[in-house]
Structures are given as structure tokens and as C-alpha cells.
Design a protein around this ligand. Structure first.
Ligand SMILES: Nc1ncnc2c1ncn2[C@@H]1O[C@H](COP(=O)(O)OS(=O)(=O)O)[C@@H](OP(=O)(O)O)[C@H]1O
Ligand SMILES: [Mg+2]
Ligand SMILES: [Mg+2]
Ligand SMILES: [Mg+2]
Length: 358
């Protein structure tokens, strides 16, 4: 049985290259480089190019593994998408052909001379079309999680996971805009969070040459001594993505004294894993939306390996074996082991109150 160290190494390299790409795209992004998808959500040249880069690297390193990726290239294959396509191909090639860094292997399809054709870049994006399922290996890619945060210049995350037989085994989250040290934000931004099942969770500073090389890697553990009154719920910025008012009620039931911390993307899971906030609450705003596996798989393993528990509002683990989504939406509750049960009970109490009102 693999110890998944090679998978982690490849995923970190892919997330790092894609994160450098997305940071540089933000500096240069122009208005006509963003599309609105069928579900009204935004997607930028950065999302497409980052998915192409990650998919190319994963496919070169693990040619038999299927990929569940958020984006697909259909909008780029039509005449109206040509300008965007050209830009995406240039950005992806720039990221793929950048010089090799320590630990990277040219067999992963990276380094000088590794340009791809436009067709190969579109193919790499579309390789993310795997429907998912309960058996075998599969990767997930969310090339930019929190695209709205990315466009606002706030938090977003580049997210990759490896799922084997419905269980997440490796998770890597790149947060280009996240302070390396929350206590001293002036120390700089840009971190990668990584976890392997049974082997713990770590934070690596972007500036570090490779994991563990220069003391810029820290092991993550969620403090188990936090009192409920000191919690600050980590929650979505977008009110449409998770119910703020429901969280307010849960906070009142638990006598939480701190205001919530609103942050886009799986940076919330990453911050929880390194001891910020104390809990992540994501309850549905209405019926119908199904959470996507790429929005939670890396976060689930990161928090679990840091000593937390991630469940839905029934107290059940998230089920990554149902396809591209988590199935019916029962929300997400993530917190330290010591307080997860009390938060779950408060969520269920708030749900019962809401039911009694209708
Ligand atoms: N209605 C609804 N309910 C719940 N979740 C939704 C909904 N619509 C979208 N999404 C997904 O939310 C992802 C963004 O993550 P967050 O909600 O944590 O960030 S944010 O603060 O709201 O920006 C976002 O991920 P990205 O598309 O990768 O940005 C979506 O997959
Ligand atoms: Mg999206
Ligand atoms: Mg997402
Ligand atoms: Mg996304």
C-alpha cells in the first residue's frame, strides 16, 4: 500500500505552480477575462489555466488516475471564446515551462521546453470530467476556490485532493493571499496546507523551497482547550453560499461572544486547522444546492489530520463516494474534537426551532 508520499509531493508541486499563476493573473486581469457560468457563478482565465496546469501535472505523474475538476472547456471551444482560450493557453504554458524547482521531476510535464498545444491545454481542462464514484482512485481539482474572493483581491484557494474508495487520502490547499503567521500579518502572505491520512497536517510557506527544507514548515494542530464563548465561527462571505442568520442563532445558543470571521474558500478549513476561529459552519441557504466534492475533500482531511472532526448536521461524515457532489445538502460542521459535539447539538436545536416556526 502506498504511503502517498509521492502523491503529496506531486500535488504540492501542482498547487504551487497553479498558485503562482493565479497570483500573477490577478495583477493583470482585465474585464473581458471573466465569464459567467450557467449557474451564474464567475469563472476567470485564472480558473481555466490553473485547472489545465494541475491536470497536466497529475496526468503525467499518474496517467491512470481519473480527475474530478470543477471547470470544463466547452465555452472555450466556440468562436466567442477564442480570445480567452488564447490567453489561457499562454498562461498555462508559462506556468508549466517555468524552471524546475527542488524536488520537481520533468516527467511530471513541467520545466523548460514543455509547451503544450492549445488542443492539449483544452484536453487537460476537460480531463476533469470524471463523474466520481465510490471505488478506486480519483483526484479532485478546484483551481480557484472562492472565485468571488479572488476577484475582490481577498481570500481564495487552489485545491487538490486524492480520494481512494471514497476516502480522502491526500489534500493540498494553496492560499496565496493568506498571512503566513496570523499573529503577524506583516510577515507576508502565501501558504500551502497539506495533509496525508494518518500522517498529520502541515503548513508550508510559499517562500520555502521545499517541504521541511528551511524551517518554514509547521505541523498543524487545533487547540482542544477553546471555550465555546471564545469561538468565532468561520463562515462564507457570500450570504448565498451559507446561512449567516442560522449561524447567528447557533452562536446565541452556545453563548458565543465573538463575531464570525467571514472568509472566502477552503482557506476557512486551513485557518481552522491552524487554530483560528475554532469552528467552520456551513448550513444551506435553501433547498436544491448540492455541495461539490472539490469544495470539501482537501479541507476535510486537513482539519481531521489537525485533530478536528468534520461532519454534516446529522453528525455523519461527508460522503465523497456519491459522484461529483456530496448528495443531499445537510451542511458542514467542522471543529475541534472537544467541542464538535456541543456545536452539533446547538445546530440541531436551531434546526428544530426553525422547523417549529413553519
Ligand atoms: N448556493 C450555494 N451554496 C453553497 N455553496 C455554493 C453555492 N453556490 C456556489 N457555491 C460554492 O461555494 C464555493 C465558494 O466557497 P465559499 O462559500 O466558502 O466562499 S465565499 O465566501 O462564499 O466566497 C464556490 O466555489 P468556487 O466556484 O470554486 O468559487 C461554489 O462551489
Ligand atoms: Mg466556481
Ligand atoms: Mg470551490
Ligand atoms: Mg472554483
Amino acid at each position: 500500500m502506498s504511503d502517498f508520499s509521492q502523491e503529496e509531493k506531486v500535488a504540492i508541486a501542482a498547487v504551487k505552480r497553479a498558485s503562482i499563476l493565479t497570483s500573477s493573473v490577478f495583477e493583470k486581469l482585465v474585464k473581458n477575462e471573466t465569464l459567467v457560468k450557467g449557474d451564474k457563478s464567475p469563472v476567470t482565465v485564472g480558473d481555466f489555466a490553473a485547472q489545465a496546469v494541475i491536470s497536466t501535472i497529475l496526468h503525467n505523474a499518474f496517467p491512470n488516475d481519473p480527475i474530478v475538476g470543477e471547470e470544463d472547456a466547452s465555452d472555450l471551444r466556440v468562436e466567442s471564446g477564442k480570445a480567452m482560450k488564447d490567453r489561457i493557453v499562454a498562461l498555462a504554458n508559462e506556468a508549466l515551462t517555468a524552471p524546475l524547482t527542488q524536488g520537481e521531476d520533468p516527467a511530471w510535464g513541467v520545466g523548460p521546453g514543455k509547451e503544450r498545444t492549445a488542443d492539449q491545454i483544452l484536453e487537460a481542462i476537460d480531463r476533469g470530467n470524471y463523474p466520481g464514484g465510490s471505488t478506486g482512485r480519483m483526484w479532485t481539482i478546484d483551481p480557484i476556490d472562492g472565485t468571488k474572493g479572488f476577484l475582490r483581491g481577498e481570500q481564495y484557494a487552489v485545491c487538490v485532493s486524492l480520494i481512494v474508495d471514497a476516502k480522502v487520502q491526500v489534500g493540498v490547499i494553496g492560499c496565496p493571499n493568506l498571512p503566513v503567521d496570523p499573529a503577524e500579518p506583516s510577515k507576508g502572505v502565501g501558504c500551502i496546507f497539506t495533509a496525508v491520512r494518518g500522517k498529520g497536517a502541515r503548513q508550508i510557506a510559499f517562500s520555502s523551497s521545499s517541504p521541511g527544507a528551511d524551517g518554514a514548515t509547521i505541523s498543524l494542530s487545533i487547540p482542544q482547550t477553546l471555550e465555546l464563548k471564545d469561538l468565532s465561527f468561520l463562515e462564507s462571505v457570500e450570504a448565498a453560499h451559507s446561512s449567516h442568520s442560522f449561524n447567528d442563532r447557533v452562536a446565541a445558543i452556545l453563548n458565543v461572544q465573538q463575531p464570525p470571521t467571514r472568509m472566502d474558500s477552503q482557506a476557512k478549513y486551513a485557518c481552522l486547522a491552524r487554530g483560528q476561529g475554532g469552528a467552520y459552519l456551513r448550513m444551506p441557504t435553501g433547498v436544491g444546492y448540492k455541495e461539490k466534492i472539490w469544495d470539501h475533500a482537501p479541507g476535510e482531511i486537513l482539519v481531521t489530520e489537525a485533530g478536528g472532526i468534520v461532519t454534516d448536521s446529522r453528525g455523519e461524515p461527508l460522503n465523497f463516494g456519491l459522484g461529483r457532489t456530496l448528495g443531499e445538502n445537510y451542511g458542514v460542521i467542522a471543529a475541534a474534537k472537544t467541542i464538535h459535539g456541543e456545536i452539533l447539538a446547538a445546530v440541531q436545536k436551531a434546526q428544530n426551532e426553525a422547523k417549529a416556526k413553519v
